[in-house]
Design a protein around this ligand. Structure first.
Ligand code: SF4
Ligand code: FES
Length: 235
């Protein structure tokens, strides 16, 4: 039995492999589906919903939904872009993201999504929550003001680093990134070379002493929008 499946994404026929997610099949075909919690080297989490597409008219997370033959998928539509914009705007107002003074600016996926979607200012009121910073570790730090709870660090710590440094605690508005230690990050076995530090999409989990090593203007998203590397693969 063939393991090739054919789906339609925004009217274009796309061939995928059985077992691939919609996100993976689209990406292989040069179609960018916006995402935030998904990362190519980690298991899917399905929590941010930025990758929501319509599958045969129903909303599905493209990063967790496997492709199936004959699926009709809508991705790049005004309605979905507006929904994704709303999610990104909500993430901006429920944290404290001051891009102008953030070391991740230009390399930040949240900021890059906002630019891609043309968000100038969120339409929702800022909540300005009180969040703490853990600067105890000699080489890395957590600034929870910027954490979008994507879970990448949690998964990378377990799946790649083979550690259990990070975990989520609390529920709803009180959900926060916790650590596997009674006190601070310095009390864990987190290390500067850990994958968990590399995969943070925003400026929440950061390395010390490398600030501005790459000048603003030469960073990943300074010249091309997020997703353009995927779109460049399209035949
Ligand atoms: S610290 Fe970064 S990688 Fe970890 S949950 Fe927060 S935003 Fe995601
Ligand atoms: S990227 Fe799919 S739910 Fe976050």
């Amino acid at each position: 039995m063939s393991d090739t499946v054919t789906v339609t994404i925004d009217g274009a026929q796309v061939k995928g492999r059985a077992g691939q997610t919609i996100l993976q099949a689209a990406e292989a075909a040069g179609i960018y589906i916006p995402r935030l919690c998904a990362h190519n080297e980690l298991s899917a989490h399905g929590s941010c919903r930025v990758c929501t597409v319509l599958v045969n008219g129903r909303p599905q997370a493209a990063c967790t939904q496997p492709v199936a033959d004959g699926m009709i998928i809508e991705n790049n539509t005004e309605k979905l872009t507006n929904m994704r914009k709303a999610i990104v705007e909500m993430l901006f107002v429920e944290g404290n993201h001051f891009c102008m003074s953030c070391e991740k600016s230009g390399n930040c996926e949240l900021q890059a999504l906002a630019y891609r979607f043309g968000i100038a200012a969120p339409r929702y009121p800022y909540l300005f929550p009180k969040r703490d910073i853990d600067f105890s570790h000699p080489d890395i730090y957590i600034d929870r003001n910027r954490c979008v709870l994507c879970g990448r660090c949690v998964r990378a710590s377990r799946e790649t680093d083979k550690k259990v440094v990070f975990e989520f605690t609390g529920r709803g508005a009180h959900r926060r990134l916790g650590i596997d230690a009674a006190a601070d990050l310095a009390d864990t076995d987190a290390a500067v070379a850990d994958k968990s530090v590399e995969v943070c999409p925003v400026g929440a989990l950061m390395r010390k002493r490398v600030g501005y090593a790459v000048p603003v203007g030469q960073r990943k998203y300074d010249h091309k929008p997020i997703g353009s590397d995927i779109e460049a693969k399209r035949a």
